[in-house]
Write a protein that binds this ligand. Structure first.
Ligand SMILES: *Cc1c(COP(=O)(O)O)cnc(C)c1O
Length: 385
């Protein structure tokens, strides 16, 4: 049976060109980028060329990029690192209720282990943070604010530039989790005016287990791991050379094709939403109608449960998700949809379809043929209907 993968916000397939670029660094060019001999230097050269590519795409100098093991580590590094380096200023952090668990749980860690106070900002019905509320939440002892660029469950994009302006004026460090946005939206860290920015390779058709943190020059942050002198002593550990090379290659291609791919994905997501809404009653879009990632479509099918839909979709080869990969599996309603005020009887029936460049119109046609009968059948069996 054919499979239609619509879960790119969980992870995405590595492109052929990316894999090809990585291969030599597993075999012939296996050197440790810290070694002084020629094999080490060949690996180092590949790492620095990759850093250059990434720096160019995000609008900064290569030295401001620290390679990590992925988005989760970058979020931990940014938040704990900046919080611990600036204890003399205070112990208050601002974030939002719809952040990824890598940010939320790191903030909880600061509260529980280090006596920090954290403000979890509410969002509007589209999932957007209010600028005045953000401004009002800043205190004398606020060290850092962390708000995501684009939400992984709904695709909603935050007014990052405006938030950054406020944070800068008040002397608060500003971190953004741009894991979902990288390669999908134009990101220029200097233009945005941010201090710290998290990235990951595997959400943009790169490899898993590699990511980066942008650290603006002059930002006080303590190293995340101690050990060797790697990454200018900001993150110890032997560099994942094939991963770094693959990450840079994936980003280079994503940035090159961004406009074309976004146009394609907008068309697909619109076609799927329109088709489902014309065939089925009580189908709602979650997230911002316009200020949203082109690839992400979070839809609620009222009266039925996301989990049972997913299993039935899977039997037909349609692979989607009920939200974030980290919280699905639990039957708790999504914290993101709850924060947006979506009532439980609607949020429980939500499905996230997240597309990738390789999806086609035929994929959507197939979904439009297979999904409505499943939804109708489940609704017939639902006691809620
Ligand atoms: C996937 C994701 C992460 C975690 O990145 P990993 O590389 O999987 O650790 C963090 N934030 C967001 C918004 C994500 O979508």
């Amino acid at each position: 049976m054919k499979q239609i993968y619509l879960d790119h916000n969980a992870t995405s397939p590595v492109r052929k060109e990316v894999l090809e670029a990585m291969m030599p660094y597993f075999s012939d060019e296996y050197g440790n980028a810290s070694s002084v001999h020629s094999k080490g230097q060949a690996a180092l050269k590949a790492v620095e060329a990759s850093r250059e590519v990434i720096g160019h795409v995000i609008g900064t100098e290569p030295v401001d990029i620290v390679f990590t093991s992925g988005g989760t580590e970058s979020d931990n590094f940014a938040i704990k690192g900046a919080a611990l380096a600036n204890l003399e200023k205070g112990r208050h952090v601002i974030t939002s209720k719809t952040e990824h668990s890598a940010v939320l749980d790191t903030c909880k860690f600061l509260e529980e282990q280090l006596g920090f106070e954290v403000t979890y900002l509410p969002v509007d019905k589209y999932g957007v943070v209010d600028l005045d509320m953000f401004k009002d939440s800043i205190r004398k002892d606020t060290v850092l604010a962390s708000i995501m660029f684009a939400n992984n469950e709904t695709g909603t994009i935050q007014p990052i530039k405006e938030i950054a302006k406020i944070a800068k004026k008040q002397g608060v460090y500003f971190h953004i989790d741009a894991v979902q946005a990288l390669g999908k939206e134009h990101i220029d860290v200097e233009e945005l005016g941010i201090d710290l920015c998290s990235f990951s390779g595997h959400k943009l058709n790169g490899p898993k287990g590699v990511g980066a943190l942008y650290v603006k020059k002059g930002v006080k942050i303590i190293p995340y791991q101690n050990g060797g002198h790697h990454e200018r002593k900001r993150r110890a550990g032997t560099l994942n050379v094939p991963g770094i090379v693959g990450f840079a290659k994936a980003l280079e291609i994503a940035a090159r094709d961004m406009q074309k791919v976004n146009k394609h994905l907008k068309k697909l997501t619109k076609k799927l939403l329109d088709g489902l809404q014309s065939d089925l009653k009580e189908v709602y879009l979650n997230g911002h109608p316009k200020s949203r990632l082109s690839n992400t479509l979070n839809i609620s099918f009222r009266y039925i449960e996301g989990e049972s839909m997913l299993l039935n979709f899977d039997l037909k080869g349609i692979l989607a998700s009920t939200g974030s990969a980290c919280t699905s599996g639990s039957l708790e309603p999504s914290h993101v949809l709850t924060a947006m005020g979506v009532p439980p009887d609607i949020s429980q029936g939500s499905i996230r379809f997240s597309f990738g460049y390789e999806n086609t119109e035929e994929d959507v046609d197939y979904c439009l043929a297979e999904i409505p009968p499943i939804v109708k059948r489940l609704r017939d069996m639902s006691p809620l209907c």
